[in-house]
Design a binder for this molecule. Structure first.
Ligand code: DON
Length: 560
């Protein structure tokens, strides 16, 4: 009898597990949040369950990541929102950082015109004026449906009471301890003198107070009053150049998204000052013109063609892309059929074309993916795609004394000297030269895709220059290779950015004989342990939401 009962329990359990797996395989219908951190995804889902829409959830997740994902989540950085409402209307919000008004073209060069390599990456001069708080306030004013204060409360609680570090986070924080100590007091909450371990509690009291001010005073809680004063004090003692007017004048901007097509899909992505949308639409057009779907996925021919497409697109980025408020970006021409026809007609299936003579940059960045992307769909059918960053891992490494948040090192995204590679090996010229109040060019590519006029995918990733190519390949994986969204995210990625003239590829993507063949065609390779941290949502054939959360990180999809 006892055994029978145990068997009954066992079968019930198995049945339950089977059903819940089946449910999740079929997808969710009421909403989904995919982000880099489980606490942040959960906060977003709770907001959706409490009747909030995708914008409310996005605001909750952005602030949550500033607490629980300090390497990239932020209030001291910036980013981009691409959205699609349930009525099919689309838009985008640019909350990218701006150069301080005192920034000058040659501010990172010495008298001999040589680059001070560290200054655009590390310390007070590396930061642009943060845009995240203004961006979230604007998003809320236009689309929010729940009380602003309620959206911040869960994050505020986590900053005050602390949260448990994941193993990856403990390792990551320990790895930057020395850098933190060069610029900050040893008492900052991100430093543990005994080193961090998994499950240690990270409490952030100063950040808590700053978030309280933002909760109570919205924009003014950050760009004026006590937070602004703490920020200016920090700049004064570290020889930074922010002014109160810079903070006061910061404005995020609603912009038209870039619209393109791939087969019967509509691509909605971020326009300048991100290069992401234009470059993505160009790459997809190249994939269409060259019929890349005919080749085996990640085969010799596929890798050759995709790299040739990517390198030609990146060549444009260097010359034509920058902040549209300062430089006339020929967006329409760059994505026009005629222009792209010429561009891709030089691709030969058998021979690699060498990149032009622009001095090769070195990819000096280490392999961290320290921007972060999150994708949200609500039960009403609204979709929000946000990529946000402080640029490098933990940004400039400066924690604002008394205010507890990290400042970005986004100034390195400018072309600090023509032809000189930034931390992602990207070069630039006039279009992306430094100027006071200008926005630095980005590669962030928050994207939404429609199929037959219905919402189909929401996607994006961190990864510096590899962002665009990761988004590009993930789209091809789904549309051309029929992968489900998790497979498309998991699938190995590779990347070519024209200069340096090399394919960056994830380890174990291809067998040695394929690599040899490609080398014989003229390609060079650089291996990395990982490329991209795609966090995506796909609406499947039964109109249910499927999540693709990147296993290269702690990323997680939660649906209900
Ligand atoms: O805006 C950009 O393109 C860069 N600041 C993004 C940085 C990034 O993705 C860092 N991750 N590796």
């Amino acid at each position: 009898m006892k055994l029978k009962f145990q068997l009954f329990l066992l079968f019930s359990c198995l049945f339950f597990i089977h059903c819940s797996n089946k449910d999740s395989k079929e997808g969710y219908k009421n909403g989904m949040v995919v982000s880099a951190n489980s606490l942040a995804s959960q906060i977003g889902i709770d907001i959706l369950k409490n009747g909030g829409n995708a914008f409310d959830a996005a605001i909750g997740v952005q602030f949550a990541l500033s607490v629980v994902y300090p390497s990239a989540g932020n209030i001291g950085g910036g980013g981009f929102v691409v959205y699609r409402l349930n009525d099919g209307s689309v838009g985008s919000l640019d909350f990218r950082e701006k150069a301080p008004s005192k920034a000058t073209r040659n501010m990172y060069l010495n008298d001999n015109n040589e680059v001070y390599i560290e200054k655009s990456k590390f310390g007070h001069l590396a930061s642009g004026i943060p845009g995240s708080v203004d961006g979230m306030v604007k998003l809320h004013e236009k689309f929010g449906s729940l009380d602003w204060k309620k959206l911040l409360e869960p994050s505020i609680k986590l900053s005050k009471n602390g949260f448990k570090l994941t193993k990856n986070q403990a390792i990551s924080l320990n790895s930057v301890k020395e850098s933190f100590l060069k610029l900050n007091d040893s008492s900052i909450s991100l430093i543990n003198k005994n080193d961090w371990k998994e499950n240690d509690l990270l409490v952030q009291n100063n950040l808590y107070k700053t978030l309280e001010r933002i909760k109570n005073d919205k924009r003014a809680g950050f760009y004026s009053g006590e937070t602004a004063q703490l920020l200016l004090n920090e700049m004064n003692q570290g020889n930074g150049i922010f002014t109160l007017e810079d903070l006061d004048n910061y404005n995020s901007i609603w912009r038209e998204p870039i619209i393109g097509n791939y087969k019967n899909h509509k691509i909605i992505s971020m326009g300048p000052p991100s290069s992401g949308g234009i470059a993505l639409v160009q790459m997809l057009d190249g994939a269409d013109k060259l019929n890349v779907y005919k080749y085996e996925h990640n085969s010799k021919d596929y890798i050759h063609l995709i790299s040739e497409i990517e390198s030609r697109v990146y060549a444009d980025r260097v010359t034509y892309l920058g902040d549209p408020d300062f430089f006339e970006v020929p967006s329409n021409i760059l994505i026009s059929d005629q222009y792209l026809q010429n561009k891709f007609s030089t691709i030969d299936l058998n021979i690699k074309t060498p990149s032009s003579e622009i001095k090769e940059g070195q990819i000096t960045m280490n392999e961290t993916e320290e921007t972060t992307h999150f994708s949200i769909v609500d039960k009403f059918g609204n979709a929000v795609s946000i990529t946000t960053t402080i640029n490098g891992s933990y940004g400039s490494k400066v924690v604002v004394d008394g205010a507890g948040f990290l400042l970005n090192n986004e100034m390195d995204d400018f072309s600090i000297k023509p032809g000189f590679p930034n931390m992602f090996g990207l070069t630039g010229g006039e279009a992306n030269a430094i100027e006071g109040n200008k926005r630095m060019l980005s590669s962030m590519t928050p994207t939404i895709i429609e199929k037959e006029n219905e919402l189909f995918m929401v996607l994006g990733t961190p990864g510096g220059s590899t962002i665009i190519t990761s988004v590009f390949q993930t789209i091809l994986n789904v549309i051309d290779f029929n992968m489900n969204i998790q497979e498309a995210v998991d699938s190995k990625k590779f990347h070519h950015q024209w200069s340096p003239d090399v394919i960056v590829i994830e380890k174990n993507t291809i067998k040695n004989d394929i690599k040899e063949d490609l080398i014989n065609m003229g390609h060079k390779f650089n291996e990395r342990s990982s490329i991209g941290r795609m966090d995506c949502i796909l609406v499947n054939e039964s109109s249910k939401l499927e999540g693709g959360a990147d296993k290269r990180g702690d990323d997680i999809a939660i649906g209900f």
